[in-house]
Design a protein around this ligand. Structure first.
Ligand SMILES: NC(=O)c1ccc[n+]([C@@H]2O[C@H](COP(=O)([O-])OP(=O)(O)OC[C@H]3O[C@@H](n4cnc5c(N)ncnc54)[C@H](OP(=O)(O)O)[C@@H]3O)[C@@H](O)[C@H]2O)c1
Length: 275
């Protein structure tokens, strides 16, 4: 699999396509991640909250792949924003993953009502300085959250991982990310499977002899976002990766973008009111 990479502003790069692991149990994670690595996936997105870092770690270890070929992201869980808890939780994540550093560590949710995401961000910056983490980023940050961490710390996250798919294109956040030089990572890129039931997407897929998931994932690639569709099934892992040998026209791109329903199209919580 010849994975395209995107450059991050800290001088590193990230494979644009990976595997998501939300709702993959710790028990299943080893087998699922092993299958993905065998198919050529090298970027795995997990989180403390998913409870599957140990299973992911077993697959990474047993793959025998050189560490530098792998790109592993995990995320700080909501109860762990306080800096000493953040450190302890990161050490636990590293132990479970069997790594001495993760490639990317994210604040999972800003939880604005708690007003502690700037302190958590300072902690992540210190983890980079210590070499526990190669790159630090955020997730579910709205434009004002992003502006605030940059203004108060002077350090810009490398990515912001937010919900993006044709039914919720999230342009305001993508534009704020772009203004700061932050790469957008699109979570729930196929809207948890709902793109397969969208007539305009099915129509384009039929024309191109592709599947609705492939057309949608290709749309993300051409927009320049990072994606990591989740599946536990090897045949879908293969399908989701076969998106490098075709292109959508600007009209087809616009057809998908026009499916945006604004906040009503969200599949997950609104970060301004979560936590
Ligand atoms: N930062 C955050 O707050 C946040 C929030 C949500 C997700 N994420 C990350 O983003 C990843 C992806 O998002 P997601 O898991 O919510 O949703 P998703 O990747 O958009 O969709 C996953 C769902 O689609 C199905 N699926 C996968 N490939 C398919 C295909 N080719 N055709 C039809 N259906 C297919 C999967 O079922 P099967 O498994 O049965 O194939 C699963 O039910 C997560 O796993 C996680 O790593 C992050």
């Amino acid at each position: 699999m010849d994975l395209p990479h995107l450059s991050l502003h800290d001088g590193t790069s990230i494979p644009q396509l990976g595997l998501g692991t939300y709702k993959v149990s710790d028990q299943d994670a080893q087998q699922v991640v092993t299958a993905a690595l065998e198919l050529g996936y090298r970027h795995i997105d997990t989180a403390q909250m998913y409870g599957n870092e140990a299973g992911v770690g077993r697959a990474l270890r047993e793959s025998g792949l050189p560490r530098e070929e792998l790109y592993v992201t995990t995320k700080l869980d909501n109860p762990n924003h306080e800096p000493s808890r953040a450190r302890r939780s990161l050490e636990e994540s590293l132990t479970k993953l069997g790594l001495d550093r993760v490639d990317l560590f994210l604040i999972h949710w800003p939880l604005p009502s708690r007003d502690d995401y700037v302190a958590a961000w300072r902690a992540l910056v210190s983890f980079v300085e210590e070499g526990l983490v190669t790159s630090a980023g955020v997730s579910n940050f709205q434009p004002d959250h992003l502006d605030r961490v940059v203004a108060e710390t002077g350090v810009v996250p490398v990515v912001n991982q937010v919900e993006v798919h044709p039914f919720f294109t999230n342009e305001a956040v993508r534009a704020a990310n772009a203004r700061h030089g932050v790469v957008t990572e699109a979570w729930s890129p196929i809207a948890r499977g709902a793109v397969s039931r969208s007539e305009p997407i099915v129509e384009i897929a039929d024309q191109l002899r592709r599947t609705p998931a492939q057309v949608t994932l290709r749309w993300h690639l051409q927009r320049g976002d990072v994606i990591f569709p989740k599946t536990t099934r090897p045949e879908r892992m293969r399908e989701n990766a076969e998106i490098l040998d075709f292109e959508l026209t600007s009209e087809q791109m616009a057809t998908l973008s026009d499916l945006d329903r604004g906040p009503e199209g969200r599949t997950g919580p609104d970060p301004d009111h979560f936590g």
